[in-house]
Design a binder for this molecule. Sequence first.
Ligand code: ADP
Ligand code: ADP
Length: 225
Amino acid sequence: APVLSARGLTRHYASGAGVVRALDGVSFDIAAGELVGIFGPSGSGKSTFLMLAGLLERPSAGEVWLGGQRVSHAGVHLDGLRATRRRRIGFVFQRANLIPFLSAIENVALSLEIADVAPPDARHHARRLLEALDLAHRADSLPARLSGGEQQRVAVARALANGPPLILADEPTAALDSARSRQVMQLFRRIATTRGTAVAVVTHDPRSVDLFDRIVEFEDGRIKK
Ligand code: ADP
Ligand code: ADP
């Protein structure tokens, strides 16, 4: 089964007198090891898609399947999906949003501790992860001491901490210059290829298109044909 399967995903918002169709029947799958780029103009539904696929919001219609299991639909109670979200989905946003008074390694270890990993094991695993992402030399630095690119790579490490099969990233390089954007996108490429993680990245940056296995283009809440 695909890691993620979106089936007819639809989200309407009430807006004044009318209804905004933020997402309008979007269907596609992402397989293990695939890096998919999601493109499209502002307002085309990309963020809404990530919120629904990431189990942060409920669809008005349609379904989200993870690993062959239907997890979200119009009638679901999202509160009950918190554990599923934590185990199966890692999020990366435009800003790293690291906790400023915790070091890089503590930021990563915290995600593990929240998932009930014992602190010494969490720290050990966090160190291994930072090493794998070429950040070992930054493990004990506070976020403010890191460059923007390094902070974003720590955010990627944090997203990977609990070994989710799926990573969802919403414009993760928008705040970075082109060299650091490339580095972060290459990291996603490496994670997909070496760990078999399915990765969906919303981006406006055409410079990294060569790294994607597939590109999905949104337009007016639909996938452009
Ligand atoms: P994108 O991420 O591609 O810029 P969005 O998913 O943020 O697009 O938005 C798609 C459409 O849905 C836009 O017209 C936006 O204004 C609307 N929208 C998104 N969220 C809400 C909301 N909470 N309430 C009302 N309209 C919304
Ligand atoms: P990157 O590895 O993301 O390309 P840079 O080239 O910006 O990072 O920075 C190289 C190193 O210098 C990094 O380890 C970073 O932590 C450090 N550094 C960058 N800017 C500052 C700064 N304003 N003050 C202190 N250290 C900095």
